[in-house]
Design a protein around this ligand. Structure first.
Ligand SMILES: NC(=O)c1ccc[n+]([C@@H]2O[C@H](COP(=O)([O-])OP(=O)(O)OC[C@H]3O[C@@H](n4cnc5c(N)ncnc54)[C@H](OP(=O)(O)O)[C@@H]3O)[C@@H](O)[C@H]2O)c1
Length: 374
């Protein structure tokens, strides 16, 4: 089969190899990939770990080819989407990919393979951040009226795919009035405002490119007469230091929770009442965070959570109560992966995922013929 590996950086280049179709482990599936998509980590990881030159694709949408001996809910021929184990062999930039069954779900018939390929990694990042770190109540819970309400939630970087998923999930929770979630405050850039508003999730949208975010958010909180105790920074790179616009909005007294997608590389003097955590999406298949933000026990619980959440998301997608992220299909299938990753690296992708259809790959036929000859 055809598989694409990153071969060099600056600019990003890929090389295609003809390799055998992989065999799933006991708790894994081998999926015939119909569509895949790129994530920022696909270029970030090879930069961070220069010896790493692998197939970095992690988002899979396709048809089950074979299942491991312990897999009970999937069968060859099923329509699925899944999150490949990051850094492991047999990623999604290939004709066939391996996913853990825990991070794989049935793709509803109303969701195309292209759209399905945009879901697994980013949706679960937002879900783990909100529910496992920021303790947002689950949408289907009913809280007794005497219990304290959750209150406002700030999502910084709501124009990113992860941020947009956070808003969509928070909207489902807010709809359950017993949980007392809100107002929801979204911070996004000018070019993402239409996307963020179209989600109809945020009560307030602040443009970080045109306003003083801290002053504007504080003004909103004052007007609403509420204190901010939960914030998700979906960007949080050390080069943009977004948390500097988030931390000052949090309540000055009493415990407050701030979750980041990436931990600062430099030491930060957080106020004593801020409980800082980093979301680690590998928890989706139960992997602990070597940087210390998620222990083995936490990770096991994240895996149980993700198993349930993927299935809940599939149900909401089917019902139409949640939508997928906008996407652009790249022209040359897997042969466009290098171009897509270079665009992500240069920060030129706004408000959409980049999707690759395997069948669009021009070289595929040659490799298939070679496979037959072999
Ligand atoms: N820890 C984890 O497990 C984990 C998992 C997934 C992702 N991540 C990280 O989370 C980040 C977001 O990932 P993604 O897939 O959602 O990326 P993405 O969809 O490619 O996000 C791109 C968007 O980010 C927004 N953005 C960029 N710089 C910003 C800034 N300074 N302030 C506010 N918004 C900014 C831009 O929106 P505007 O147009 O609004 O400016 C841009 O359109 C990436 O750094 C990724 O590596 C971490």
């Amino acid at each position: 089969m055809y598989e694409v590996f990153i071969s060099s950086l600056n600019p990003i280049k890929t090389v295609a190899k003809n390799v055998p179709i992989p065999t799933p482990g006991p708790e894994e599936l081998c999926i015939k990939v119909i569509a895949t998509s790129s994530n920022p980590k696909d270029w970030q990881f090879p930069h961070l770990f220069p010896s790493r030159r692998g197939n970095e694709g992690d988002d899979v949408a396709g048809i089950v080819h074979s299942v491991g001996s312990q897999v009970h809910e999937f069968h060859p021929g099923d329509r699925v989407a899944g999150f490949h184990r990051m850094g492991a062999p047999n990623g999604s930039y290939a004709e066939y990919s391996i996913t853990p069954s825990v991070s794989t779900f049935h793709l509803p018939s109303n969701i195309s393979f292209d759209a399905g390929a945009t879901i697994p990694l980013t949706a679960m990042t937002a879900a783990i951040a909100l529910f496992q770190h920021l303790m947002l109540p689950l949408p289907w819970q009913t809280l007794h009226a005497s219990l304290p309400k959750y209150g406002p939630l700030l999502v910084y970087g709501a124009g990113s795919t992860v941020g947009a998923w956070a808003l969509k999930l928070a909207k489902l929770v807010k709809a359950n009035k017993s949980l007392g979630v809100g107002p929801i405050i979204a911070v996004a850039g000018t070019s993402s405002l239409d996307l963020v508003r179209s989600l109809d999730a945020a009560d307030y949208v602040v443009d970080y490119k045109k306003s003083d975010v801290v002053a504007e958010v504080k003004e909103i909180l004052k007007r609403e007469g509420v204190l901010l105790r939960h914030a998700f920074d979906a960007i949080s790179h050390s080069d943009v230091r977004t948390w500097e616009s988030v931390a000052p909005c949090l309540a000055a007294e009493g415990p407050v929770w701030l979750n980041l997608t990436d931990p600062p590389e430099e030491p930060v003097n957080w106020p004593a009442n801020v409980i800082v955590s980093r979301v680690f999406v590998s928890g989706a298949y139960g992997e602990y965070d070597p940087d210390g933000f998620r222990s083995h026990e936490d990770a096991a619980r994240d895996g149980e959570f993700s198993y349930c959440m993927y299935r809940y998301l599939a149900r909401q997608l089917k019902k139409g109560t949640i939508t997928t992220h906008p996407f652009e299909v790249m022209e040359r299938g897997l042969d466009s992966v290098a171009e897509g990753l270079q665009l992500l690296y240069e920060g030129k992708v706004h408000g959409k995922k980049l999707v690759y259809r395997i069948a669009d790959t021009p070289e595929l036929l040659n490799y298939a013929e070679q496979t037959l000859v072999v």
